[in-house]
Design a protein around this ligand. Structure first.
Ligand code: ADP
Length: 475
């Protein structure tokens, strides 16, 4: 079985968040199971990788011009998985104006590459596995590029390759003005357009829902939530029409890459057997590095994007007023929305027990995962969330809200702390429970740490679910 995994970010090459982790670890896990998997990714200027060589070129009609795209090949660092990098000036940067159009262009290139798969990819792939809105246009375009007249075309089924779309976050849908259809050079009736105050528009993610052969998301609870419309987006109509459901498969993590026994970013390594003795050194070194007093109060950590709509940072900011400064410490690492960055910079100036570091730093993230006692993940919604799993692997108890993949991976009082309502008071109460347990029942706290470390979040189980979906598709 051959699977082309199409994505906008891959850990080790270009990372912005959890999608990059999954785009690394899932292909590696599939390859271990004998799947011939390749990855397709834009060749952003920031990607520095060697060796890399050009394996072909494509001519792509876009915006009434013929564009030349070069395809480079490398391997995923630390593995043998081939990565196809799409080099074109429009794809030099991830961010920037016209981001949706540019990823539409990338999707067209991927679909076009499929026509030349013998020459460039060493033969056709059975499945094209797309991820999020950036690549959600591929299912539609694969059918079209294969010269299937859209009038004869069955709505959902691409006749030439089977496509699977995984939603990592429904918040981002890739909305663009309807002129994108002209730029791509495909007939407007193929797209599901709608009116906005600025005129007619399309959503790339919706086109993926309409045309992909199968749609999955990254946890069972999030699948149920989005089918119920819990997060304000109605997808049920599309899936009812398709007579289909969104399948939820919990993400895994690469337990070799995230391993406290071998992590070179840590001043001291440890296992479930040595955690009780060694983890406190990591905590002390972290306190020293981020200039927190080296006291033995519980240290809370937060690593994540500063995204106001999702990550629960407003709850954290609110909770700080409800807690005594001397009872805990908090270190936050993250970049994102300027308003939130300013608010937390100001909070950290006012509170001596709080440090906020506004940068993207993988090694520091690892030290926070290992050196904290409790990892805060109070998200309003969380499709899967990896930080809570990484934290458990490092013997740091996650404190999460009962939503999406957080609900599917943390058990209250056993492997972490879980609160329900999205309210500041609920977070404060749970943080106080955690602080109380740390101070008054260190034995129970240690037991929970060891239990959390023994949870298996590797891909070993979850990859089987993807394999069975792939098999269903090509049957
Ligand atoms: P999301 O995909 O919504 O960003 P996840 O919890 O699924 O959230 O994954 C986030 C990933 O990004 C984790 O690997 C986390 O360690 C990493 N990450 C987020 N922000 C930073 C940062 N500022 N520095 C280093 N790593 C970060």
């Amino acid at each position: 079985m051959k699977v082309l995994f199409v994505t906008s970010e891959v850990a080790g090459l270009y990372k912005r968040g959890g999608l990059a982790d999954v785009s690394y670890s899932l292909p590696v896990a599939l390859a271990k199971r004998g799947v011939k998997v390749g990855i397709a990714l834009p060749y952003y200027e920031k990607i520095k990788v060697h060796p890399v060589h050009c394996v072909g070129q494509l001519a792509i009609d876009y915006d009434r011009r013929r564009e030349l795209m070069f395809i480079f090949k490398t391997t995923l660092p630390g593995s043998k998985v081939p990565v196809y990098l799409f080099r074109h000036p429009l794809l030099n940067e991830y961010d920037g104006p016209d981001i949706v159009e540019r990823f539409g262009f990338f999707a067209k290139a991927v679909a076009q590459l499929y026509l030349y798969s013998d020459a460039i990819l060493g033969g056709p792939y059975d499945i094209i596995h797309c991820n999020d809105w950036h690549t959600a246009l591929v299912p539609l375009l694969v059918g079209e590029s294969s010269k299937v007249g859209y009038r004869e075309r069955e709505t959902i089924q691409s006749k030439h390759a089977k496509t699977l779309l995984t939603i990592h976050n429904l918040l981002y849908q890739g909305e663009a003005g309807v002129s994108i259809t002209l730029k791509l050079g495909f007939p407007k009736p193929l797209f599901h357009t709608f009116m906005t105050p600025l005129g007619r528009a399309v959503r790339l993610l919706t086109e993926g829902f309409e045309y992909a052969d199968m749609v999955t998301t990254v946890s069972p609870t999030y699948a149920t939530e989005i089918m119920n419309g819990d997060h304000g987006v109605r997808v049920r109509d599309i899936f009812d029409r398709r007579g289909d459901m969104i399948a939820g498969i919990l993400n895994g993590i690469d337990t070799d890459l995230w391993n406290p026994e071998t992590d070179t970013a840590l001043p001291v390594t440890y296992s479930a057997r040595t955690v009780a003795v060694r983890k406190k050194h990591v905590k002390q070194q972290l306190q020293k590095a981020v200039r927190l007093p080296e006291s033995d109060v519980p240290l809370f950590g937060f690593v994540g994007r500063f995204e106001a709509r999702q990550k629960g940072l407003d709850l954290i900011a609110g909770a700080i007023d409800g807690l005594s400064d001397t009872s805990y410490q908090l270190v936050l690492l993250g970049t994102g929305q300027p308003k939130l960055v300013a608010a937390f910079t100001a909070l950290a100036e006012r509170h001596k027990n709080i440090v906020y570091i506004n940068t993207f730093d993988e090694r520091l993230a690892r030290r926070i995962y290992a050196g904290s006692d409790i990892m805060l993940v109070p998200s309003k919604f969380e499709p899967c969330g990896l930080t809570q799993m990484i934290a458990m692997r490092y013997g740091t108890l996650p404190l999460v809200r009962n939503t999406g993949g957080l609900a599917d991976s943390v058990t209250d009082g056993k492997t972490g702390f879980v609160f329900g309502p999205y309210k500041k008071s609920a977070l404060v109460a749970k943080m106080n429970d955690a602080i109380g347990l740390y101070v008054s029942s260190p034995g129970k706290f240690r037991e929970m740490i060891v239990r959390a470390m023994k949870q298996d979040f590797s891909w070993d189980h979850q990859v089987k679910a993807y394999l069975s979906h792939y098999k269903k598709l090509i049957r």
